[in-house]
Design a binder for this molecule. Structure first.
Ligand SMILES: [Fe+2]
Length: 397
């Protein structure tokens, strides 16, 4: 199922700058696989107020992303007295920021793009202490559960209605509606999911302090909210998102590729070389062959972390050994060994999620004497795709 666009300001976007008529326009977008679905967020240039990128404007402001210098200056004037040049703003102060901008339609109304397919947003302002975003919401659009990397925040509905689910200090998940003209604020530990509500389009203004640097997304499970991944968010000048073509991380990768050998320690291997070397000495155990081996006395060792097993599921009968203690449990010389498994003639099949980490783990086991150790090709994902037995992570509760 394709999810509606559901990324909040700064979430997952990756920029694709391109040249047109001698000027740089920027669009930010991302496709993120989430539980079989795809989340997409896009920043486009706004309506009639298509404005040029601009540079340093002084007064602690950083380069913007499509809001003109004049408009940014007008926003800065509106926020004067509310946003210091540095430091952390309180949630109450952030709510004053979003309220002040909600009241100034002339600063943002002509920029909004309502898109039923992709959630739209635009950075309005950024200083060293605070960043502010304009978001538009259509029916079915939400953010997914996330935190704000330690930033405090506030959002206010300027038009339409939003609904926020959030985790209270008690651990309970609560829900509140935010109607036009109203706002909420939260501290650095806040975890929430914000969604469009009502029938018409909605518009909101969000502020964060310190400016967003990273956000962690959470999966709703029977065990509660489990952290799924943290997404890095870079500054106004740079790209956002986790990598891929045309992102800052891609640039960093390209820069790394240009490193001379002098810049790396002699003989240092890249991860691809490590994997290739490890696989060179290992039997490639496919899922159906692994099942047959299990019935023939082999042991399937699941090295995935708990949160991954909760989200993905488990293989009945697999032996769970954390990657961080794997060698200590399986070295025949170790005081912390599991005697039934720590045998040089034992047939250990290491399983991770996709068959990469388990490759390195199996190679490590061979180095400590378990010469029959191997890995499950494709990991748990391949096992599940082959229709072999799985179950939800087991709870004693
Ligand atoms: Fe948020």
């Amino acid at each position: 199922m394709r999810r509606a666009a559901n990324e909040q300001a700064g979430h997952h976007e990756k920029p694709g700058p391109w040249q047109r008529a001698g000027r740089i326009l920027r669009a930010y977008h991302v496709a993120l696989i989430e539980g079989g679905g795809v989340s997409v967020a896009v920043v486009t240039r706004g309506g009639s107020a298509a404005e040029e990128p601009f540079g340093q404007t002084g007064a602690g402001l950083r380069r913007g992303w499509g809001v003109s210098p004049g408009r940014q200056q007008a926003i800065a004037c509106t926020l004067q007295g509310l946003v210091p040049g540095a430091g952390r703003l309180s949630p109450a102060r952030l709510q004053a920021v979003t309220s002040a901008l909600v009241a100034r339609r002339d600063l943002w109304a002509d920029l909004i793009v309502h898109d039923p397919d992709v959630r739209w947003y635009l950075p309005l302002h950024r200083s060293n202490s605070c960043d502010v975003w304009l978001l538009a919401w259509e029916c079915g659009q939400d953010t997914d559960w996330h935190d704000h990397g330690g930033s405090s925040g506030s959002f206010a509905a300027a038009e339409g209605c939003l609904v926020e689910q959030y985790r209270a200090a008690s651990g309970w998940r609560l829900r509140r509606q935010v109607v036009a003209g109203r706002g909420v604020a939260f501290g650095p530990g806040h975890v929430h999911n914000v969604a469009h509500s009502g029938s018409g389009s909605a518009t909101s203004i969000h502020a964060y302090s310190p400016p967003l640097l990273a956000m962690t997304y959470y999966q709703v499970t029977g065990y509660g909210l489990i952290a799924r991944e943290t997404v890095a968010i870079e500054g106004a000048e740079g790209a956002r998102g986790r990598g891929g073509a045309e992102t800052a991380l891609a640039d960093a990768t390209a820069a790394a590729a240009e490193l001379s050998s002098d810049a790396l320690p002699g003989g240092a291997q890249g991860i691809d070389e490590l994997l290739a070397e490890a696989r060179g000495g290992l039997e490639r155990m496919r899922a159906d062959a692994a099942l047959a081996a299990l019935t023939d006395g082999a042991a399937l060792v699941d090295i995935r972390p708990l949160e991954q097993r909760i989200v993905e599921g488990e293989v009945p009968g697999a032996i769970i050994i954390g990657r961080n203690v794997l060698e200590w449990r399986l070295d025949p010389r170790s005081d912390a060994r599991i005697p039934a498994l720590a045998r040089t003639d034992g047939r250990i099949i290491v399983m991770c999620s996709e068959g990469f980490a388990s490759t390195l783990a199996a190679a490590s086991l061979r180095r400590i004497g378990l010469h029959r150790a191997t890995y499950l090709d494709g990991g748990f994902q391949a096992w599940k795709a082959a229709g072999l037995p799985t179950r939800p992570a087991q709870s004693l509760g």
